[in-house]
Design a protein around this ligand. Structure first.
Ligand code: HEC
Length: 106
């Protein structure tokens, strides 16, 4: 019985491993960044956005900081900040945005 189930289990594992929802989606992160973050942050290094000041780092500057990692971004975006609105992003959205920010590293 166990032997006959084995191929089925393998298929299930393969399906779960291939599931796109588990992978970080940089394109989705870019969309979130441009929708929710570009008002304050310079997201893609292009035109300055309204309200942008030196006190608000561009995302490429964030990516270039030695302290920036996927984990540091996840922690930052999972906790409230006085001068930044809390968007209540899901863990998946946070991972996607972090992936996008890290992709801007030069
Ligand atoms: C209302 C303006 C505003 C919006 C919108 C905003 N931020 Fe920020 N963000 C700030 C400010 C101000 C800081 C400076 C950090 C501080 O002093 O609290 C900051 C800092 C950060 C940092 C940390 C940089 C560092 O020094 O480590 C990250 C990462 C970040 N923002 C990501 C995002 C993401 C992702 C979004 C969109 C989901 C977003 N921000 C939307 C204002 C904003």
């Amino acid at each position: 019985m166990t032997q006959r189930l084995a191929p089925l289990l393998l298929c299930l594992v393969a399906l779960i491993a291939a599931s796109p929802s588990l992978a970080q989606d940089r394109a989705n992160g870019e969309l979130i960044a441009k929708t929710w973050c570009a008002g304050c942050h310079n997201v893609d290094g292009a035109s300055p956005q309204f309200g942008q000041t030196d006190a608000i780092p561009s995302f490429s500057a964030v990516a270039g900081m030695p302290s920036t990692t996927a984990t540091s971004l996840r922690v930052f975006l999972s906790t409230p900040h006085a001068r930044m609105p809390d968007y209540n992003l899901t863990q998946t959205e946070i991972a996607d945005v972090a992936e996008y920010i890290l992709s801007l590293k030069k």
